[in-house]
Structures are given as C-alpha cells and as structure tokens.
Design a protein around this ligand. Structure first.
Ligand SMILES: Nc1ncnc2c1ncn2[C@@H]1O[C@H](COP(=O)(O)OP(=O)(O)OP(=O)(O)O)[C@@H](O)[C@H]1O
Ligand SMILES: [Mg+2]
Length: 506
C-alpha cells in the first residue's frame, strides 16, 4: 500500500472539509481530486475545480450517448445461494465496444467536463476543432489528451472518468435492473441504486473494475464467497441478492440501504454520542456473531462498511465481498494504488497471519467504536506503514483519556476489543454482545479484561522515564507524601538546637 500523494492544497481542502482527521484519506473518493493543479489558471477554472473536488456526476442514464441502444445482455454468473445459471452465450464483451478511447469516449468526456463546470462550451468547441485539425495532420491527438495538455484535467481524472463512464455503461446492461443513480464509489468499485424490475424493488449494485476479470482465482473466490454470503440471513447484515458479469465487469446485487454510513456520522458530528455508538456496535456485534457462527470472517470492518437505515438499524456491508477482495490477488491487481485504509486493521492481518479468525473482526469493530466515541482514530500516521506499525507496537491511548465523557465500562470494552494479542481479546462476538448489553443496562461488563496489561505498564514506565524534569519537580513540591519527612527533619533540627543551647549554658 502506498499513501495518496495529493497536492498539499488539495489535502488541506479535504482535511478541512472532512474534519475527521489530519491524515491523507487512503483509497476513498478523494482520489478523484486533481493531484497537480496547474499553477496559473483562469479564475473561472479555479472555481469549477473547487466545485468538483468531491465525486463526479455521471452521465444521465437516459442520455442516448451514455446509454447506447444496442445493449448486450449480461452474463449472470449465478444467483447467490442458487445453482449456477448458464448465462447467455456470447454475451460477455460486446457491450463495452468502443467505450474506451476513440470518439465515443471523447464525446461523453467532453459532455461531462462541461456539465461539471470544468470548462465552458466555448473552450470545449475550441479544443474539439483543434483536435480535429491536429488529427487530420501527422500528429493525431484525442480530446482526452488535449484536455490534459491544456490542464483542464489531470491524467488521473481522465482515468477516473473513464472508469466511471464504463461502470455506468456496464451497469445499464445488467438485464432485469434499471439503473437510477450512482450511490457512491470506494477505492475498488462503484455502487449504483437500481430497480429490480421483476420484483419492483430498489437494490444496490456494486460494479467491480475490469481488472479483476483477468484473474481466474479472484473470480472463483468472488462467486464462492458471494454464494456463501447469501447463506447469511440477519437483520444487521446487508443481504446479498445476486452476483454476475456484464461485459468484463463483475457485479454484486445487494439490499439497498436508504440512509448514511457510520463514517458519514463521524464526519458530520465529529463523534457519535456514546449511547448511540453502543447501540450501533451492539447490532454489528450481533451481525458478526451470526457471520462467525456460519464460518465467515469479514476482515474489513470499518465505519464505511456499516450502513444505517433511516430507522437507525445498522447494516454490515460487504460481507463475502470483503474477503474476496482483500486478498493478495486483489492487492496485486491494484498494484501501485492504495487500497482500503489501515486505520482499523488487526495486528494479525498486518502480520499476514494465515489464521484470521473472529478476533480480527472484533479488533476492527473496536477501532471503529474508538473512532466513534472519541472522534479520533486509534492510531494515526503519515503513511500506511506508520499506521500499521503503531497498531503493532504502540499502546492504545485509553478512549476515556481522549474523551473523558466515555464511561469506564465502554472504555474497558473497547480496550479489550483492541488488545494487540488476539488471545487477550473477546474470543467471540457472543461475549462482546453480552458485555455491550450489560453496559447499555448500566452494569459492569463481565468478559472485558482489566485495562492494564504488560504493554501498558511497559509504556507507562518508559513514558515516566522520559518525562520532563520540570514536571517531576513540580509534582515533588506538591506531593504530600514528603510531609512526615519534613516534620521529622524539623523536629530533629529543633532538638539539636535545644541541646546546643543547654551545652553552651553549662
Ligand atoms: N447496500 C448499499 N446501499 C446503499 N448504499 C450503498 C450500499 N453499499 C454501498 N453503498 C454506498 O456506496 C459507497 C461505496 O461503497 P464501497 O463499498 O464501494 O466503498 P466503501 O466501503 O465506501 O470504501 P472502500 O472502497 O474503502 O471499501 C458507500 O460509501 C455507500 O455510500
Ligand atoms: Mg464498502
């Protein structure tokens, strides 16, 4: 994993707008930002860049340009939990013809940049006519190349747009579903709101990038995990409906959650009130209990993967998908690009242990809980490796030290969830649920371990040894422990004085 190398000005903008931490966010939609803004741009272009910092609007699904009439049916790999469906022969690729490069892409790209206010119609016309002139000559150039050359877009923005346009086209070719709008995008995929025509219900469709198609292992695991995920049935888990393939894109159809994510709540309110956080974590812990009992480990528990319905029901997302995507092949397919965040990762996952079990999810949920009630990440750093190193080595600053309003019971639960050694954590989500329910009822947790462990003691000793002298002095002068000694010394001095006077008088 590598850190995002966004321009400092851009980073400041994200930090200021997110208010969530001071670190570059890894693998989120901030990747759409322009990395190297041109030094001197016309004022109107500055304005439009600022307006487009977060996310990108997608072409209108009803637009004939972005929604070609000639559609090819997608190949449905399988309805999750059902025997494999054969799919439609010869259906895999044609839908994407012409979407990359060439005039089709240029036309859609031109439309998008104007729509997003990145350039005016006149500027686009100028670029188009110059592109035609140059292409007629000996040095042909595409519109995309021209926009980069003229600093209207960066190469990275062009690539990002290309991915978004392809994802929209692909998702519009999934038979049985009508795409309504884009819901969001993560580091690896784009998610759309769609209507499942047959059942007349809203669903969310996650479209994975092409690059995963090249890896047979990944696809096999994606299908296997998708089917297994469909066996899970819990009110706090986003239900998996279907997995399939459209052109070169794999997709995953799931329950649509009409609400926000825990991440959104932290961003909006800096921290989540303890009571609300306890209730959310209890629901997710109960989802984990079910998943673990069915033999599943999520391995990517984080605020963005906990969705909240408008009725405040927590829904754990990406079960099954997370496992398929977080493996080595996926990381290799993403080579050179940051994937996910290491802010919530367990020490055993960092070490690459083979046996990743329920305690890894409990650690991730603990880190999420910590972030929710303190408003701070448990471990920060300027690079992913620094953050991961801290997960491995640094003692956790107790959550009630960061936010003194956090109750002792909650603090103890979080510290137990985040023990560095998996054996010291809750061994199963059932015990965690019990403790959460106890604390919610105003009682002490039963299974949580005392907050002080060897790592904490060692770090306390080291910290004391490094404490500034001035503080030590200040403490010693205010210490009442030395009062008896002072009194004895005083008495001895007075006694000596009396003896001296007696001797002299004689
Ligand atoms: N089932 C769903 N219902 C409604 N919206 C969803 C659903 N799943 C995902 N989303 C939206 O799509 C966005 C992208 O989701 P995705 O899982 O691709 O990435 P992420 O979890 O946000 O981040 P990362 O790529 O770092 O894992 C989410 O932030 C959420 O807003
Ligand atoms: Mg997700």
């Amino acid at each position: 994993m590598r850190p995002q190398t966004l321009a400092p000005r851009t980073l400041r903008k994200i930090r200021a707008s997110s208010g969530i931490d001071n670190q570059p966010r890894l693998g989120d939609s901030s990747q759409t930002l322009q990395r190297n803004p041109p030094r001197s741009l016309p004022t109107n272009r500055h304005r439009s860049e600022a307006a487009s910092t977060i996310g990108l609007a997608l072409p209108d699904p009803t637009d004939p340009i972005t929604n070609p009439a000639a559609r090819t049916p997608a190949k449905v790999v399988g309805i999750v939990g059902e025997p494999e469906s054969p799919g439609s022969p010869g259906s895999s690729n044609a839908g994407n013809e012409g979407s990359r490069g060439g005039s089709n892409f240029d036309t859609v790209l031109g439309k998008l940049v104007v729509e997003r206010g990145l350039m005016s119609n006149e500027e686009l016309d100028q670029c188009n006519s110059e592109q035609k002139t140059r292409s007629a000559g000996s040095a042909p150039v595409t519109l995309a190349e021209m926009l980069v050359e003229r600093e209207f877009l960066t190469k990275r923005q062009v690539e990002r747009l290309r991915g978004d346009i392809e994802a929209v086209k692909t998702s519009q070719q999934i038979p049985g579903f009508r795409i309504i709008r884009k819901l969001g995008a993560g580091a690896m995929a784009t998610v759309f709101l769609a209507k499942q025509v047959s059942l007349d219900r809203l669903v969310a469709i996650k479209v994975l990038p092409k690059k995963f198609s090249a890896n047979q292992n990944f696809i096999e695991r994606f299908v296997r995990e998708g089917r297994a995920a469909a066996k899970l049935s819990h009110n706090n888990i986003v239900a998996a409906y279907e997995i399939g393939q459209s052109g070169e894109h794999h997709f995953f159809v799931m329950e649509y959650v009409d609400g926000d994510t825990v991440y959104d709540r932290i961003v909006a309110r800096k921290r989540v009130p303890e009571r609300e956080a306890l209730e959310i974590i209890r629901q997710v812990a109960s989802a984990l209990q079910h998943a673990h009992e069915m033999g599943f480990v999520h391995r990517d528990i984080k605020p963005k993967n906990i969705m909240m319905t408008t009725g405040n029901v927590a829904k754990l997302a990406d079960l099954g998908l997370a496992r398929a995507m977080s493996d080595k092949e996926a990381a290799e397919a993403e080579s050179g690009r940051a994937y996910g965040t290491p802010y919530y990762i367990s020490p055993e996952q960092i070490r690459g242990s083979v046996n990743i079990g329920p305690p890894a999810d409990i650690y991730g949920l603990g880190a999420t809980f910590y972030h929710m009630v303190t408003g701070k990440l448990p471990f920060e750093g300027t690079t992913p490796s620094q953050v991961m190193h801290r997960h491995l080595k640094d003692p956790l600053v107790p959550p009630d030290h960061v936010n003194p309003k956090v109750s002792a019971g909650t603090a103890l639960i979080i510290e137990t969830m985040m023990k560095k050694d998996a054996r010291d954590r809750y061994q199963n989500a059932r015990d965690l649920v019990t403790d959460l329910e106890l604390v919610i009822a105003g009682k002490d947790p039963e299974h949580a371990k005392p907050a002080v462990d060897i790592a904490t003691i060692t770090s306390a000793i080291n910290t004391a040894a490094q404490e500034p002298v001035a503080i030590v002095r200040k403490e010693s002068t205010t210490s009442f422990a030395s009062l008896p000694a002072i009194l004895i010394m005083g008495a001895l001095a007075v006694g000596n004085l009396v003896l001296l006077v007696i001797v002299l008088l004689r």
